[in-house]
Design a binder for this molecule. Structure first.
Ligand code: MG
Ligand code: ZN
Length: 249
C-alpha cells in the first residue's frame, strides 16, 4: 500500500492481528457517525448561536476543555421537552447503522456506542428509530418543568487523557481490553475532539471528517469511510482474511 494513502496500516498486518485475537469488539461514535447529523452541535447552532461562538474560542485557546465547554453551553439551557423531541425526530441514522449492528451480531462481535453526547437523546432516538444498542454517554436530564431547564453530568471523565471530554473513549476501550484480554478493538468515529483518544486506543480506527484530519496530521494509521456500509465491507474482508490465516495454521 502507498505510504501516503489514508489506510496506513497494511491490511495483512491487521488480518494477522485479528487472526490472533480472542474476540472482536466494535466501538462506534454516535453523533455524525451512527447518526448523520450531530445532535449537540446542531442544537447549539440553532438555539445558542452567539454563546457557542464565544465559548468555542475559549475552548480553542485552552481555557475550557471539551466537557467544560458543554457545561458552559448547556447549563441553564431552556427548551421545552416537546421541542427537543421534535428536533430529535429530524435526526437521520447512517444508512449502514442497522447493517453494521446486524453484521456484529452475525459475527459474534460486540457492539457499543461510545458518545460524548447525552443519554436522553440516545434513548429517545433508539425508540423512535426502532433500534437497540448498548451505549456509554453523558447524562442529560430535564429538570424544573416550569423553566424547561436541562442539567448535564459527565459519563466518565479521565484526567489521565488529553481529550478533556465528559466520556473518555480511551478509558472505556482500555477497560474493555483489561476485561477481555486479546480482544481486537475497532473504533469508528468522525470527530477530532471526542474520537481521537478512542481511535488511538483501538487496533483499527475508521475515521472521517475532522477525526481523519487529526489522524492524518499525526501520521497515524486509519481506515477512511463515508458510511457505516463501508465499515461493514472492510470488516467483512478483514474477517475473511483472518479466517484464511487461521485455516493455514
Ligand atoms: Mg461524532
Ligand atoms: Zn480520552
Amino acid at each position: 500500500m502507498d505510504e501516503d494513502s489514508d489506510g496506513l496500516t497494511p491490511t495483512e498486518d491487521l488480518a494477522v492481528a485479528l487472526a490472533r485475537s480472542s474476540a472482536l469488539a466494535v466501538f462506534c461514535d454516535f453523533d455524525g457517525t451512527y447518526s448523520v447529523q450531530d445532535v449537540g452541535s446542531t442544537l447549539a447552532r440553532k438555539h445558542l448561536g452567539p454563546r457557542r461562538i464565544e465559548l468555542w474560542s475559549r475552548y480553542e485557546s485552552g481555557e475550557l476543555d471539551a466537557w467544560e465547554y458543554n457545561i458552559e453551553l448547556f447549563t441553564g439551557f431552556r427548551l421545552p421537552e416537546s421541542e427537543l423531541r421534535a428536533f430529535l425526530a429530524t435526526i437521520d441514522l447512517d444508512p449502514g447503522a442497522r447493517v453494521l449492528q446486524a453484521w456484529c451480531a452475525d459475527e459474534g462481535a460486540s457492539f457499543r456506542i461510545l458518545s460524548d453526547g447525552f443519554d436522553y437523546n440516545l434513548n429517545w432516538l433508539q425508540q423512535h428509530n426502532d433500534v437497540q444498542f448498548d451505549f456509554t454517554s453523558n447524562h442529560l436530564e430535564h429538570v424544573g418543568l416550569e423553566g424547561d431547564e436541562w442539567s448535564i453530568a459527565p459519563g466518565g471523565r479521565n484526567p489521565a487523557c488529553g481529550c478533556g471530554t465528559g466520556t473518555c473513549k480511551r478509558a472505556i476501550i482500555s477497560q474493555y481490553r483489561r476485561d477481555n484480554p486479546g480482544a481486537f478493538c475497532v473504533h469508528v468515529g468522525n470527530g477530532r475532539v471526542s474520537d481521537l483518544c478512542g481511535a488511538d486506543e483501538a487496533d483499527l480506527a475508521f475515521a472521517k471528517e475532522t477525526l481523519a484530519d487529526a489522524l492524518r496530521e499525526r501520521k497515524q494509521a486509519f481506515e477512511p469511510f463515508e458510511t457505516l456500509d463501508d465499515v461493514v465491507a472492510k470488516l467483512t474482508s478483514l474477517v475473511a482474511d483472518a479466517r484464511a490465516l487461521r485455516a493455514e495454521r
